[in-house]
Design a protein around this ligand. Structure first.
Ligand SMILES: Cc1cc2nc3c(=O)[nH]c(=O)nc-3n(C[C@H](O)[C@H](O)[C@H](O)COP(=O)(O)OP(=O)(O)OC[C@H]3O[C@@H](n4cnc5c(N)ncnc54)[C@H](O)[C@@H]3O)c2cc1C
Length: 631
């Protein structure tokens, strides 16, 4: 009999979502273990932004709000399932209040109102923030709580595979990174909280430590939704940080530099009038994510211009805070559109250079880079058009169950957001998904796989890894292959998606996967690299398959993606790759679904699940709650 550890539930990953899931399970009396590559790794712990946002039901002011109104707004993002939207709305206040109780410093006013502000795609002021590091504070508070509870934590373990019996998850196989031991964990319920599949792209503002493991679910046969939908935006390359808000509103000089050292202010290629160019630079500040609807006449022309320089022309792009754009001695207020002029006047920021304006308007933004070794008073800041968030992911129902029985997905690895989402709704969705899955497991948790059967499943899975190390085949250069695959993806299927380039990238990923599966990998390090490389290639194949199908359906450009369309419109001064047509809004009522079957992917579109009708008769709700918590 193979040795293994046994629990009632497992959580994989220790970002905001995984920690919340483990806490909720333990608080409901479920015997759980949390398995993570690293407690201090992942997006939540290592990222932030100017004002990192948390989206929740309004808890202040006199404007009315309700779970249904909030659900309607989430649902309006397009390709969103209504049951998930309703739960994300209904439980947002509880999830938020629990974080406050755990000590996350969300600010309230003198009377205890959690005053909000408007974020993108937010018709009300539902957003709040604990500052630039909201998600880090959340992980710290949740981890403190976790340590008070009877949860076994396996830190430094990379999960290699979901173990299954038929279509049921029965546990996981994990590699202990320090010792190289491969061991099995048995549980009838497994919650994946592995974060976004950040590792498939080269140009990225995800922290380096986040690569994701969506392929665990893909290879287990789980369905995936909305894989085409991501968020991209302009970010500095080192350190990785969004250059949103004041970083653009202070009107820095934007230039590129080639291998020959020659500098070019390339925005002028697309926008001849300096006043218009300054207006668009200013707008880029608060319209941070790349939005294909703003390319022809709006601020996303800046993102396209940066992409063009870096990807098409192979030049590096910089923000320069030491000089004004277009060799202007000073910014003439008369050149600016009213909005920008009023803002800079109000902030008393008509100062000689961009860095002085930044210091006046947002000194911490300047200090942030100083602490990271970049002095914006002296040196330019390298930027690129980077991936930041996956709106799609593993398909889940209203209890965050995947299509594999006993397997759940919460946090960014779950695909509950559609084409557009309000800023801050990712952090809310992670907390709510964790709560929903844990509550369901606490009432309806499954039975463990019998010892003998589980042992046989483990033996088979382990022997596959043993033969990987023992086989007599050439080794693969995993690091180089990962780097190439990521570059290929950013160049063909990032914010700008040319179907021809995507088809070539898909063929290359398929070829690479064959090479990897035939190669040998030695020792613990080899197994970890094999798993990371396979994850990148399998996930890329799924995402590219989805994107190619979307383009073939003439979905048009939508959200944070521009699809090249030879029959579309072209902004003056741009190359054919940027020819685009508007979004086909009919597709907003459908969810594109992908599933691995054998070695290939099946793909279809299904209608979105509508927001469930009101269920407000108290006595009935109470009875169901007494019986089984309405699970
Ligand atoms: C620059 C930036 C700014 C952002 N700003 C906002 C914002 O303002 N508002 C908002 O709502 N969202 C924002 N987001 C998105 C949000 O931060 C993430 O969606 C969220 O933190 C993801 O949390 P998570 O728990 O799902 O995953 P993560 O925090 O990424 O955690 C994943 C965990 O899984 C572990 N793991 C992965 N694979 C394995 C494996 N095989 N075995 C074991 N462990 C594994 C990782 O090590 C890690 O611990 C931002 C993201 C970025 C990059």
């Amino acid at each position: 009999m193979k040795e293994f550890r046994s629990y009632s539930a497992l959580v994989v990953g220790s970002g905001c979502a995984g920690l919340a899931a483990a806490v909720r399970l333990a608080e409901s009396g479920v015997r759980a273990a949390l398995i993570t590559e690293g407690l201090t790794l992942g997006t939540s712990r290592n990222t932030g932004s100017d004002k990192q946002t948390y989206y929740k039901l309004s808890l202040s002011g006199s404007e009315p709000d309700s779970p249904r109104a909030m659900a309607d707004d989430l649902f309006a993002g397009g390709a969103v399932d209504g049951d998930c939207a309703l739960s994300e709305a209904a439980l947002s206040a509880r999830a938020f209040n629990d974080l406050v109780t755990l000590g996350v410093p969300f600010p309230h006013n003198a009377y205890g109102e959690y005053v909000g502000y408007k974020t993108d795609h937010d018709p009300r002021a539902r957003a709040t923030s604990a500052g630039p590091l909201t998600s880090r504070f959340m992980t710290e508070a949740l981890e403190d709580r976790l340590h008070e509870l009877p949860v076994d934590v396996f830190d430094g373990f990379r999960v290699l595979e979901i173990l299954k019996s038929g279509n049921r998850a029965v546990g996981v196989l994990a590699l202990e990174l320090k010792t190289g031991d491969v061991s099995a964990f048995r549980a009838p319920d497994v919650i994946l909280a592995t974060g976004g599949p950040a590792g498939i792209y080269a140009d990225s503002v995800y922290p380096e430590s986040q690569t994701g493991s969506t392929s665990l679910a893909i290879l287990a046969g789980a369905q995936l939704s909305n894989l085409t939908e991501w968020q991209f935006g302009l970010s500095s390359v080192s350190p990785r940080w969004n250059v949103s808000g004041t970083y653009f509103q202070v009107l820095p000089r934007l230039f590129s530099r080639g291998a020959d050292g020659v500098e070019r202010e390339f925005l002028a290629d697309m926008i001849k009038d300096p006043g218009e160019a300054l207006g668009i630079l200013f707008l880029k500040g608060y319209q941070w994510p790349f939005d294909s609807g703003r390319v022809m006449n709006g601020s996303s022309a800046v993102d396209v211009a940066v992409y063009r320089e870096t990807v098409l022309f192979g030049r590096e792009v910089f923000l320069d805070y030491t000089k004004n754009p277009f060799t202007l001695e000073a910014i003439d207020p008369e050149l600016l559109p009213d909005e920008a002029r009023d803002y800079l006047t109000g902030a008393e920021a008509f100062l000689p250079t961009p860095w002085e304006r930044l210091e006046k308007m947002n000194a911490p933004a300047l200090e942030f880079y100083e602490k990271s070794g970049v002095d914006l008073r002296r040196e330019p800041l390298r930027i690129a058009l980077c991936v930041q968030h996956h709106n799609g992911g593993i398909a889940v129902d209203g209890r965050w169950r995947t299509t594999v029985r006993g397997l759940y997905a919460v946090g960014e690895c779950a695909g509950t957001h559609g084409v557009r989402r309000p800023g801050g709704s990712a952090l809310n969705a992670g907390q709510v998904g964790a709560l929903r899955a844990a509550e369901y497991i606490s009432v309806r948790g499954g039975d463990p796989c019998p010892d003998e059967e589980f042992s046989a499943i483990v033996e088979k899975a382990e022997s596959a890894y043993a033969s990987l190390c023992e086989k007599d085949a050439p080794a693969a250069d995993a690091d180089a292959m990962i780097e190439n695959a990521r570059r290929r993806m950013s160049d063909s299927a990032g914010a700008i998606r040319d179907p021809e380039k995507m088809r070539a990238a898909l063929l290359a990923a398929e070829k690479d996967e064959k090479t990897v599966r035939a190669a040998s990998f030695k020792g613990a390090e080899g197994i970890a690299k094999y798993s990371a490389l396979l994850d990148v290639l399998v996930t890329q194949r799924a995402v590219l398959t989805a994107m190619i199908d979307y383009a073939a359906r003439s979905g048009g450009s939508r959200g944070s993606a521009l699809y090249t369309d030879p029959d579309g419109e072209l902004r003056e001064g741009l190359e054919e790759i940027f020819r685009m047509s508007p979004e086909n809004e009919k597709l907003r009522t459908s969810v594109q679904t992908v599933e691995m079957r054998g070695d290939r992917f099946a793909l279809w579109w299904r209608p979105v699940r509508k927001i469930p009708p009101e269920d407000g008769f108290f006595e009935n709700v109470w009875r169901g709650f007494r019986e089984n918590k309405n699970t």
